[in-house]
Design a protein around this ligand. Structure first.
Ligand SMILES: Nc1ncnc2c1ncn2[C@@H]1O[C@H](COP(=O)(O)OP(=O)(O)OP(=O)(O)O)[C@@H](O)[C@H]1O
Ligand SMILES: [Mg+2]
Length: 288
């Protein structure tokens, strides 16, 4: 994948880092594990650090879009005002005007989704055509952003597939109660399959979400995940915290609704860890 932008230095948590444009998708076929919540709040942490963030809502449920704009506005959007237009065979497929919506927060923009995307989120047929590249073609044109975060639905159908083809990195949010490894195995198999078409796709890691450290069962799940996946588990753990929910209700990433909360601080730590891992695995060096 080629991006028009050159690496530039940005400062996060007091440290300078060199970054290039990065596209990260959040995948897990398990529902309610924090995919949309992580995209929503992470965008605030990245924006606060001076990065320009584009959020792509690839879930027909539209939770991420509703987080910023409310359910009434999002549900009323016509198909061409949502990411569904990329799958349109007609004039809209390669015309992106009006698809990117600014939010009230500097540096955060959203391409929304609603029920119109649902008709395209079908199980994968045996062979897929060129339309599996539509999101990738779109992201490659987005040179005004530093980070693109893609929220996916709770399945591995066409929307998640298309997202992985567009992405450089995958984050797999996992709640510490998902004891069947079957689900995660399917996610890893899908990543492997996509890599035949997008060899640049890499696993950033599993992100433990909704963690309650008072629960033995949560702590032992986390340890088990580390035994299974080692370094492929992000060090930052996202706790179950009401600040995340309250912020979502106020339609503000936690960075902007309660900056001093533990939830906001951990989200900044997560944003830092993500950029550090990308820098390390891409061979970029820290500027200072
Ligand atoms: N760390 C957290 N602490 C408290 N509440 C959370 C946390 N993470 C997510 N939630 C809440 O849990 C619910 C489900 O989270 P979210 O929508 O992010 O999951 P999801 O994986 O995107 O679900 P789906 O698969 O249905 O899209 C939301 O109400 C969200 O606000
Ligand atoms: Mg979601």
């Amino acid at each position: 994948m080629t991006y028009a932008k050159l690496p530039r230095a940005i400062r996060i948590s007091g440290e300078w880092t060199s970054v290039t444009a990065i596209t990260i998708c959040l995948i897990n076929q398990k529902g309610g594990c924090g995919k949309s919540s992580t995209c929503f709040h992470l965008s605030g942490a990245f924006a606060q650090a001076g990065l320009r963030v584009l959020l792509l809502d690839m879930d027909p449920q539209g939770s991420l879009s509703q987080g910023f704009f409310g359910s009434t506005l999002i549900e009323q959007l016509s198909a061409e005002r949502t990411l569904a237009r990329l799958f349109d065979d007609g004039e809209y497929a390669t015309n992106y005007d009006g698809l990117i919506r600014r939010t009230e927060f500097d540096g955060i923009a959203v391409c929304p989704a609603n029920h119109h995307l649902g008709q395209f989120n079908t199980p994968l047929p045996a062979s897929l055509g060129m339309d599996q590249y539509v999101l990738r073609e779109f992201t490659e044109e987005q040179t005004d952003f530093d980070v693109i975060l893609i929220d996916c639905p709770p399945n591995l159908y066409r929307c998640s597939w298309t997202a992985m083809i567009a992405a450089d990195w995958v984050v797999i949010p996992v709640p510490p109660e998902d004891f069947g490894t079957q689900g995660l195995r399917a996610v890893h198999q899908a990543i492997q399959q996509v890599r035949e078409l997008n060899p640049g796709l890499r696993r950033l890691g599993h992100l433990v979400t909704r963690h309650d450290r008072r629960l033995v069962v949560h702590r032992s799940y986390e340890q088990r995940l580390q035994r299974l996946y080692g370094d492929m588990v992000l060090e930052t753990v996202i706790p179950e915290a009401s600040a995340f929910k309250v912020a979502l209700t106020c339609r503000k990433p936690v960075e902007f609704s309660s900056r001093r909360s533990v939830a906001a601080s951990l989200t900044r730590t997560l944003s830092r860890e993500i950029l550090d891992r990308i820098a390390r695995d891409s061979g970029h060096r820290r500027v200072a």
